[in-house]
Design a protein around this ligand. Sequence first.
Ligand code: MSP
Length: 651
Amino acid sequence: MNNNHFYVTTPIYYVNDKPHIGHSYTTILADVLARGHRLLDEPTYFLTGTDEHGLKVQQAAQKNNTTPLEHCNRTVIRFQELWQKLEITNDYFIRTTEERHERVVQEILTDLYNKDLIYSADYEGWYCIPCERFFTEKDLQDGCCPDCHRKVESLIEKNYFFKMSQFQKPLIDYIESHPNFIQPAHRRQETLGFLQKPLSDLCISRPKSRLSWGIDLPFDDQYVTYVWFDALVNYISAVGYKTDEEQFRRWWPASYHLIGKDILTTHTVYWPTMLMALGLELPKAIFAHGWWLSQGSKVSKTAMAEMTAAAKPANPMDMVDRYGVDALRYYLMAAMSLGQDTEFSEDAFILKFNSDLANDLGNLTSRAVKMLEKNFAGKLPPASEPGDEETALVAACQNAVKAMQNGIENMQLDRGIADVIAAVREGNRYFDLQKPWTLVKEGNIEKLGRVLRNTAECLRIVSGLLYPVMPGKMSELRRILGIRQDQLVPVMKNLGKWNILPDGAELHPLEAPLFPRIETAKAKFDESVKAAAKPVPAPAPVLPNVIGIEDFAKVSLKTAEIISAEKVEGADKLLKLQVRTGSEERQIVAGIAKYYAPEDLPGKTIVIVANLKPRELRGLTSHGMLLAAKTADQLTLITTDKPIPSGASVG
Ligand code: MSP
């Protein structure tokens, strides 16, 4: 097991699909993690690619009067061009039609066949053409595919099967003894739940009479390989399994397979059992992120085809053309809490851009750089020991370094980014408090130099921390700060230190704002509403219902992990939750059904009032109350900023 290497993968995308914001998200996420681990000075390998076999490709090629491979060659470009545009730094782009991959799949099939782990039998069941998956009668929902809810076809035919059932027990044992194998925790529970039912063997062949576009089975030329059995192998064929032992030993097992939650079973059941059968180590972690939604539904090719133009989320290419690649990368990383579903909207994108990047980071940069140009001829004033006035600024920057490192290592990028922006806000606060414009008037050049120098150090740290997210803009910022060309790519160990910029470094002129505000009719309107709503400063704070600390101490607040959640029959607003606080479990009934779907809650760590007298709601006993922030039409649960065990006291 190699612990000092970082090997990250994305799903290989169906070559037929038009890449949308969902595919872009997983790939950008992998890129940010890969760049983040390079920042931490770890050898890193980043793999993405395309899944090119299967019925849909065969049908599309027929429709276009071309061969399937020719069709793939034409369509794969959409992904490759988009990844280039999004500044994706993958080390390899695998296509399942490449010769090396096909050979490895065949060798694996031969090995498993020889080990007696593949057998032939008559298959009787139901097939979903769009999903290319077989189902048994009991899997179907209302007679339709349980995944896409479309009609299925009945089938009886000879096929080949992988003895997946043989690995059910070892897989359960493995998942139970490796708590980080499937992340986040509620997806682990989902897989364990799935594994409670007996696991069937996996049909891994398709008769050529029905589908010829696939990898031939080496032991029966009338069949091709089931597309998932072929696709999953990409994670090892790309790093040299059976072709380059040294490369394979270097990178396998993967550190993270990033996937959307739609392909959880294939990755956490099919793939690990295939690896067990081959006698290979399992990946260290499989992380299933949530979906980007548009008006509450998952963004997908089919959903987009059915949407009105107004409801359609912007195409990633258009977003890049309109706002720049870094702005899109920033939004996708900052706005999605990893593991949760998030609504994608251009309005939300513009708000976040204007607030974090134009107002906070862009503004701090132009304020500091302009004053340095004007008062120090664009040269960096000398360093000095930070004093009391800098304590909060230095602390905010150090906290940002820790948070970003944690974000990269523990899949909490949105939190890391939020703490970096908090350091930028502290930079702006420091600037406002020190009033450098007054220092200019007073001729206090020594102090002016100190203030500008410290602001520049804050900007250097921020530019390094946000470099994995916005490589283009952050390189530009680093160049502006006078960092040498060969040091534009940051290293984490310098980001934790103060006074790293060389005294007298020549700054690059700031020709245009780093992040020009996006002016839209809506953004202007929001600004005016915000300005109108600004409270008039009151002479002294008025505190309603003041309580003493002794009153507060009566309330026992604790962290709790949600284990399960379900609707309360006949009560639209209520959900019934089972939560764990330390070693104890309890039931809480909460009026949050309008704001949360039950399936999105398990795994969240919330805060509860633990010593509230139990009360009855609709015949159910609620043992305690959860905390949530509310406005007239919004509600959000209070969760914790960093992972902490349940049962921890809050106060
Ligand atoms: N070809 C298979 C994967 C094989 S991996 C061995 C496949 N391809 S796909 O083109 O459908 O891509 C699915 C992946 O795209 C999801 O797992 C997710 O990473 C990404 N997304 C697609 N739509 C998405 C959203 N709406 N939101 C977030 N990501 C989603 O499945």
